[in-house]
Design a protein around this ligand. Structure first.
Ligand SMILES: Nc1ncnc2c1ncn2[C@@H]1O[C@H](COP(=O)(O)OP(=O)(O)OP(=O)(O)O)[C@@H](O)[C@H]1O
Ligand SMILES: [Mg+2]
Length: 278
């Protein structure tokens, strides 16, 4: 069984340490939801796992299927079965979407797909995601709406069928119908035994996909882990209780207003007030 194992991971961006010793494991067949206040390192963690060169790993290990992930290039990580749906998918002018998908699919096969195989695979994925097939002729993400970009990330998961899929705020910006379509796609991935690492600030998607585990990332470390009851508790109570029960101070200001799993504003405010009193 494939598993992604992260041990004592430290990573810097622009010489500032963001990840300060992350330990985490996701096995095939599991759905881990990763929560945490804004700016505490969730997207950084996924970027480091995928091999984004902006981030410097200073300590720690990542293994996938027993292989040393940090020794692999990003494309080798992808071909090994690790997938990232980005929080902010990049627009790539000049890169035709269909050409990109064809290259990605063929890079995982010894013999390239026939044109017929490719177009039927592509059409099937577009249909599942309820995206007009015409969009396959457009440049990747260029001029796509926020929701279209997110749906397009999941289209790539449908095409590549990864063993571990990391979905970074895939639910942000989706309308209700799109949210249901994305949830159905995630459920298909769960049914075929994939492991999922899902970052979300909203309980709505999590309620639909029923995570098996929850982890909360605070100040660049996993502060607490548990089952689905943990995301429900964060949804109802935010992060203040973590501070009170575990004595963890939320270091940074949380600025974005959020929905039900919203997060840390109280803890931060109390932290700031306490600091002011000192
Ligand atoms: N390239 C970069 N240059 C400078 N700072 C960066 C860079 N990338 C990330 N950071 C900083 O690292 C910290 C962690 O950011 P990250 O995107 O991982 O947070 P997050 O937990 O995903 O937050 P959110 O819930 O808002 O998406 C933030 O303070 C962010 O500003
Ligand atoms: Mg993020």
């Amino acid at each position: 069984m494939s598993s992604l194992i992260i041990k004592n991971l430290h990573a810097n961006v622009n010489d500032v340490e963001i990840l300060k010793g992350v330990n985490l494991e996701v096995k095939e067949g599991e759905t881990l939801c990763l929560l945490g206040p804004n700016g505490h390192g969730k997207s950084t963690l996924l970027a480091v796992i995928m091999g984004n060169p902006h981030y410097e790993v200073t300590e720690g290990e990542i293994y996938f299927d027993g292989k040393d992930v940090l020794a692999m290039s990003p494309d080798q990580r992808s071909q090994a079965g690790i997938f990232l749906a980005m929080q902010y998918p990049a627009e790539i002018p000049g890169l035709n979407s269909a050409d990109f998908y064809k290259a990605a699919l063929n890079s995982r096969r010894e013999k390239p797909m026939t044109l017929f195989q490719f177009y039927s695979t592509l059409q099937n994925a577009y249909q599942k995601m309820d995206i007009p097939f015409e969009m396959s002729k457009r440049n990747l993400n260029e001029g796509f709406s926020g929701g279209e970009k997110k749906r397009n990330e999941i289209l790539q998961m449908e095409l590549l069928q990864p063993s571990i899929a990391m979905l970074d705020e895939i639910d942000s910006g989706l309308d209700v119908d799109a949210m249901n379509i994305v949830a159905e796609s995630i459920k298909r991935a769960q049914q075929r035994g994939a492991g999922l690492l899902v970052i979300s600030h909203y309980a709505r998607l999590l309620d639909m996909i029923k995570p098996t585990k929850t982890a909360v990332l605070i100040n660049g470390r996993i502060a607490v882990e548990g089952g689905p009851e943990l995301y429900e508790k964060v949804d109802k109570q935010g992060y203040e209780w973590i501070k009170a029960e575990l004595g963890i101070n939320v270091e940074k200001e949380v600025d974005a207003p959020m929905n039900r799993v919203s997060i840390g504003a109280c803890a931060t405010r109390v932290g700031i007030e306490n600091n002011d009193k000192k």
